[in-house]
Design a protein around this ligand. Sequence first.
Ligand SMILES: *[C@@H]1O[C@H](CO)[C@@H](O)[C@H](O)[C@H]1NC(C)=O
Ligand SMILES: *[C@@H]1O[C@H](CO)[C@@H](O)[C@H](O)[C@H]1NC(C)=O
Length: 350
Amino acid sequence: MKCSLRVCILFLGLLIVFLTSVFFTYTLTGVTNAAYLENQAPEDVDRIKLVPSYLGIQKLTKGPASQRTCACSHCVGDPGVSQWFDEKFDQDILPLWTKTNMILEPTVYNWWVMLQPQFKPQDLKDILTKLFLIVPGENPYGSWNRSRCRRCAVVGNSGNLHQSHYGEDINAHEFVMRMNQAPTVGFEADVGSRTTHHFMYPESAKNLPANVSFVLVPFKTLDLLWITSALSTGKIRFTYAPVKQFLRVDKEKVQIYNPAFFKYIHDKWTEHHGRYPSTGMLALFFALHICDEVNVYGFGADSRGNWHHYWENNRYAGEFRKTGVHDADFEAKIINTLADIGKIKVFRGN
Ligand SMILES: *[C@@H]1O[C@H](CO)[C@@H](O)[C@H](O)[C@H]1NC(C)=O
Ligand SMILES: *[C@@H]1O[C@H](CO)[C@@H](O)[C@H](O)[C@H]1NC(C)=O
């Protein structure tokens, strides 16, 4: 009797365990089957993809005024114009390297130190801290603002500027950005005379007038040591080529390009075409992130397909396309797409 009661309890316990497991198996199978069927149905696959953009459109049509990011007629930052653009654009990565973002993420750091791997990396934080005693190391640009219309001209060095008469239009922008050599004296009618930002690396550096921002594009820690030296002791005269021992530029306006932003362009926009993006791309995306309207001059070949600089007489001089470091065709494609969706205007000159 005692024994059979025990057996009974044991049997009851086993029955409960069995029933519970059957119940859960049934429920789980049901759910799995439902999910499986849903994924199999073609219209459901589409619906899964379409839902987010559909919601995006809903939001836009509900309150278009609240989506405006500036006071220009078209704002670079306005969402909902192009899914391609919105998916790539990241306004959280600051274009400038400042006191607030000195420490690079490991993935950024590892990529950046391999750009010119013959140079040993050194203690970045220490070097930047010393540099930011000489130059401000701050972000002066503010953020998007519905009462601001900041128009920027990004001026490349293409020979298509020759006889373009863009000078006055270029000068009329709040920011005028140039890169590397970019002489203006003698070319004012075509390229303008104003410059607010000049993008250079140590080996291409030149002196700049007051009020112009020298934007250093660093490829190695030695570049940071160089600019510190060139604005103070003049110790460094050589990297892989002779560099200016002293730099006459407005120290208050010196800015350092953020390697994280550099990598963001390489990952998201040029998508690893070329070893790294050209200085033209670096300046263009810098503008897209700090301006409300971006107009592009002097990019690409001239109307005869020649790559040369506007200050060179030799139409066949341009070497840009043949270097193999940058992918000129892919970069041209990005510029065309940005123009097609109205994020930039491209002035193609002659
Ligand atoms: C917005 O931009 C205008 C014009 O540049 C400026 O006067 C104003 O201070 C800005 N407002 C904010 C909140 O940044
Ligand atoms: C520099 O900028 C300030 C303020 O924007 C302006 O008043 C001054 O005239 C400029 N100086 C030169 C040399 O362009």
